[in-house]
Design a binder for this molecule. Sequence first.
Ligand code: SF4
Length: 480
Amino acid sequence: MNVHDSERLTGLLEDAGYQAAQNTEADIVVFNTCAVRENADNKLYGNLGILREKKLENPNLQIAVGGCLAQKDRETIVKKAPWVDVVFGTHNIGSLPALLERARHNNEAQVEILESLETFPSDLPTKRDSTYAGWVSISVGCNNTCTFCIVPSLRGKEKDRRPGEILAEIQALVDDGVVEITLLGQNVNTYGVEFGDRGAFAKLLRACGEIDGLERVRFTSPHPAAFTDDVIEAMAETHNVMPQLHMPLQSGSDRILKEMRRSYRSEKYLGILDRVRAAMPNAAISTDIIVGFPGETEEDFLETMRVVEQSRFAVAYTFQYSKRPGTPAAELPNQLPKEIVQERYERLLALVNRIAWEENQKQVGRTVEVLVANNEGRKDEQTNRISGRSEDNRLVHFDVPAGSPMPRPGDMVTITITAAAPYHLLADQADGSVYSLRRTRAGDAWDRAEAASCAVPAGDTTAKSVSLGMPGQKPEHAHH
Ligand code: SF4
């Protein structure tokens, strides 16, 4: 959500006539903060301290701070760092250009925070990082009250965007060359509550299946409590919805889930995974888990280990619980000592790594289609290995047969998996991988973007220069 907001901030500033600084001193620095991350405030003030020096050298330098931390700390930011020019919140990112202008004109800091959203942020201009993949917001905010989570108090109640607008944005992206979209919301399964349609999310997935040229549809994040079978059916029956699901577990202990105010229990969770796999046998399932929630006992932790063992996750993002001021869990008694949390965390990590590796080994010998990425994982000059994501979202490194043209980011290659590591797969010609390349509209869009940035002439497919990123970041903290 935050990274996508940054794309919007960039789009807004470009619309207002600003240009991104390339290896030059910037005249404006914008921080888009995330309060879900640990130590967000220390990092921010550290960075602001460094910029203070810059501002003494260049009095025209403007500094703006936005995002969740700004929403939460508002006035403290200008108190602690009076050289900041603009503070804006999560509900008014559209005001940034005007606030910068006003700060310059009035020569004083502008703080503007709104308590609720006025316009849905997706209507703002966006400067996308990727030519072949895009995020599309379907909702913002969250009506749940997980006790460890700061999101509801900073992002507000759930607001749903209308299906017509979402589909129009997807169509526009596809017209631009995008082949993969990720639907984005704090809790995608409640999509539709606001306009009274409980089946809205499944319908949206099916509608995505009707869009010509859209090859891959993903979504994040669902919530086990609201995850219904009509969504599983829509996933299985819609050709371009990928066999991949990120399903946050957080804890395997029913008692801790209750303390977290998450209304599903481990049995329900495991039942969902069973039904997903019955409908999509090759589905890769990933999750988020918090270790050391206040009051977690060894028995509670073993419940998490049990559920993890049964769930066979392809990837599990594991986090040590840490207090977020302003959340109910931060006030709970029985906060656990660091050593206990660390020790449990290491046991859990060993288990999730072992399972991920076992699950990846099962992929060896499968032939899969990979969407070529532009900057993911390693790129080995010697073996000519490049990277991409398979349909189930596994990271694959593969080599290109001698004499074959290099695939462009956004192109599709079909290859056979020849080896597995816990968190990536290999497909090597020397070990008998097949290889075929399908050039896509997304690859053409990449060529056009490269040509427009004057880096290389369009059509030079051996180009190594990369300047665009892809929305593939791992979540920094579990929060669903
Ligand atoms: S963890 Fe996710 S579902 Fe729970 S309150 Fe936070 S955003 Fe909502």
